[in-house]
Design a protein around this ligand. Sequence first.
Ligand SMILES: Nc1ncnc2c1ncn2[C@@H]1O[C@H](COP(=O)(O)OP(=O)(O)O)[C@@H](O)[C@H]1O
Ligand SMILES: [Mg+2]
Length: 667
Amino acid sequence: MRSSFSRDRSVTEHRFERGTIRRVVAYARRYRAWLVTFVLLVLADAAVGAAVPLVYRSIIDDGIGDGRRGLVVALALVLAGLAVVAATINLTTRWYSARIGEQLIYDLRTEVFDHVQRMPIGFFSKAQTGALVTRLNSDVQGAQQAFTSVLSNVVGNIAVVATTLGAMFVLSWRLTLLSLVLLPLFVLPARWVGVRLAALTRERYRLNGEMGQMMTERFNVSGALVVKLFGRPDDESADFAGRAARVRDTGVTQALYGTFFMTALALLASLATAAVYGFGGLLTLDGGLAVGTLVALTAYLNRLYGPLTALSNVQVDVMTTLVSFERVLEVLDLEPMIVDAAEPQPLPEGPVSVTFDGVRFRYPSAAEVSIASLEGVAVLDDRIPDTVLHGIDLHVEPGRTLALVGPSGAGKSTIAGLVSRLYDPQDGAVRIAGVDLRDTSLAEVSRAVGVVSQDVHLFHDTLATNLRYAKPDATDAELEAALRDAQIWDVVDRLPEGIHTVVGDRGHRLSGGEKQRIAIARLLLKDPGVVVLDEATAHLDATAEVAVQEALARVLEGRTSIVIAHRLSTIRDADEIAVIDAGRVVERGSHRDLVALDGLYAQLVRTQFGDGDRGEPCRPCEPCEPCEDVTLERIPVIEDPDDPEAAPAGREGDAALAVTGSPPEAP
Ligand SMILES: Nc1ncnc2c1ncn2[C@@H]1O[C@H](COP(=O)(O)OP(=O)(O)O)[C@@H](O)[C@H]1O
Ligand SMILES: [Mg+2]
């Protein structure tokens, strides 16, 4: 069983960043008033607890011994009173510790959430979601538990041990020493177990995190689909069972160690009680000790060992708190690579120019955007990724359309991402309306730039809520208008609850084309001056595409746009076309110029854009001569011999011939 998990020595052998303690104290300072009350309550509790055995002694020695009935009754009433007081203090203490603890959880959680969602997109492409969720859940909770337990441990137990030992020494120093002799026999193994217990707890956090990670990854639609399509459910279950087994095994060991603790503690108390009764009884017979004192001493014994052992393990508790805190602080300390300028310049409303000025870019390495523990690896990959864009110069005048064309992997989507400032370029600048994106705020950029890409994500919520994400104060009438403009109103109107229909986890009640048009409606509501379409029609069948094309026409109207398209018709309508290959702009001009040039563009037109036009690419631009140069025979026209009508409608799978497909081959 033991061999199935590795020992995590990180707790006891962990070196803390300087300042962690200072920062934990800074957190504690936020709850100063509550903490002071809490400590006072804990001290009061210790005092009440210490008084009780003294009352026992008085009842036996003064009351029973001297035959004073009144005193016996009075002291019994005092005992009852003390019990009530102790209970009240206990409740109030618990209330305070819960308040402090829960407030701490709340503060840490909201801070981590707020911080994480502001991280650049590169962080999310590297960090494991499951690990992040764990960090928000168990580490935050670990920090809280240890925080409050350290508090009550240190303060409460020191108070209890001090009062108890003090009272015992006063009552009989000999018996007190006797009861302490046994202590090391217990404390040393207890410490050993305590260290292991803490390590086990860490191990369980990690294993639980791994299990959660696996579930989140497999139980979303795309993950589940891969599992199904590859017929791997048995392997998946075995893998999961392996992880769950390790959680089970550590749990058993943890329970065992925990029980060892309690059992050893009870054993120690019983042995000590036996010893004290034995020696104390003899002392009493010799007249050296009153009976009441002996009873009081044994009562104290029961209060002594628990706190003493706990104190001997305080170091482990403190360490555990610090580790949890550190794991949370580590996330909070991640510097977002993309931050607002100190004095952000506003971006003008309406169509504005977009400029790429000698932009060189590579994606960040894992080490630059994440932390190792979030990715389940010991050391982050710090290899510098290859440069993706090698000096891109582009300029789109306000209200004009630039089409980007190029083989898959050329860097088109990367260019699109830079317009929304998902990343910053290493060299050169991306400007909107002449403003370097680094000199403005992310809020300004996201207001100015709207994106529709191939993969539309809708939150699991109503359509209306999804749409209002773009414009929170939009009226129902505005939503309807946007949906109409996006050519999707008819579909929405037919839904059981109209715009209040919940679109499943990933918008599963809607087809690809419908989702695409919802995304377009969302964009229309946002009404940005710059639009980026990244293969927005790539997943669509022909009928959906007609509708989407109409909707897109509305989107492009009166806006600056950068269109990455895989349909010749979209590209041809652009004011300018830039052909991207391996991170460089290799050709630029109009469709006519580029076809005449007979370079990469002409080649792409022949090999890749054929399906989009289904054998009739020249009709919309009949007078355009270079078009006729395009060798139409090379365009793969797929016809169904049984149903000639169906041919132009295309088939599912057409999208596979999109630009995202394989790179062009020489014809
Ligand atoms: N998030 C990412 N991290 C690292 N490399 C990436 C990332 N996204 C894309 N790339 C790489 O950048 C290059 C350009 O990709 P991309 O811009 O998506 O091409 P396109 O859209 O033209 O098909 C490819 O080599 C790809 O592997
Ligand atoms: Mg792409």
